[in-house]
Write a protein that binds this ligand. Structure first.
Ligand SMILES: Cc1cc2nc3c(=O)[nH]c(=O)nc-3n(C[C@H](O)[C@H](O)[C@H](O)COP(=O)(O)O)c2cc1C
Length: 222
């Protein structure tokens, strides 16, 4: 297949360095809201790239579950392939792409596990079947002989923990937060003259009391 004749002109928006907010979190939330209004399905789905000690990058989709004051949170199995990568190398990138808005957001930062209590609170809020599913998929990314084995485990767990009973929160499952060090907002423009604005964190000390993040911005060539 040949796609060399396929091209679109991107003309849906502009990104002006003079009128962007001082905090990238405001812009991130604004763009997520715009994507929701445009009826993008799961605008909080993001590609997460990790790279372990083997130096081989891996990428997969995960669901952003929260925007905090410092970064974004997703939940997964700590013993999965991505969990192993993160244990070996906390540096990661995340990417959102919403074709409907001709926008991309790229986040780079370092990943750490969130508080176990917070993970447990979220786990207990999930639908019963998702809770059981987390136990079935252990270790996530491990090989399974066939689908029947998975289904038998699922059925067995449904018997052990019927609907309305509490499924214990697995120790191997929980949230990670990516603390944002750099975040790039990309808005497609006509003639490949796209807008790219990058925010880079510079942490200032607030008279020694708190660490307050301030952000530098710059425009990149498309
Ligand atoms: C739309 C979508 C949402 C997903 N959300 C998650 C998620 O929030 N957490 C997760 O662990 N896997 C999620 N997955 C599955 C991952 O993409 C991946 O297959 C799984 O986490 C195993 O990745 P790994 O082997 O690289 O660790 C999602 C997949 C898709 C397509």
């Amino acid at each position: 297949m040949d796609f060399t004749d396929q091209r679109l002109s991107y003309e849906k928006g502009v990104l002006d360095q003079q009128s962007i907010p001082a905090s990238p979190f405001e812009l991130l939330k604004g763009w997520i809201s715009d994507a929701t209004e445009q009826q993008v399905q799961e605008p909080y789905a993001m590609s997460l790239a990790t790279c372990g000690a083997d130096n081989k990058p891996s990428v997969r989709i995960v669901l952003m579950r929260e925007i905090t004051e410092t970064g974004v949170v997703f939940y997964t199995n700590y013993e999965s392939a991505k969990g192993q990568d993160i244990a070996e190398n906390p540096n990661a990138e995340v990417l959102f792409f919403w074709h409907e808005l001709e926008r991309q957001i790229r986040i780079s930062g370092s990943i750490a596990k969130i508080d176990a209590d917070k993970s447990a609170m979220y786990f207990q809020k999930r639908p019963h079947d998702s809770q059981v599913g987390a136990w079935v998929s252990q270790p996530q990314s491990g090989e399974v002989v066939n689908r029947e084995v998975m289904e038998q485990t699922f059925d067995q767990l449904q018997t052990d923990y019927p609907e309305n009973t509490q499924v214990p929160t697995p120790e191997f499952w929980g949230g990670y937060e990516i603390t944002i060090n750099e975040i790039e907002f990309w808005q497609g423009r006509a003639n490949r003259m796209h807008d790219r604005i990058v925010y880079t964190r510079s942490t200032d000390s607030d008279n020694g009391r708190n660490n307050v993040a301030s952000w530098n911005t710059k425009r990149l060539l498309p």
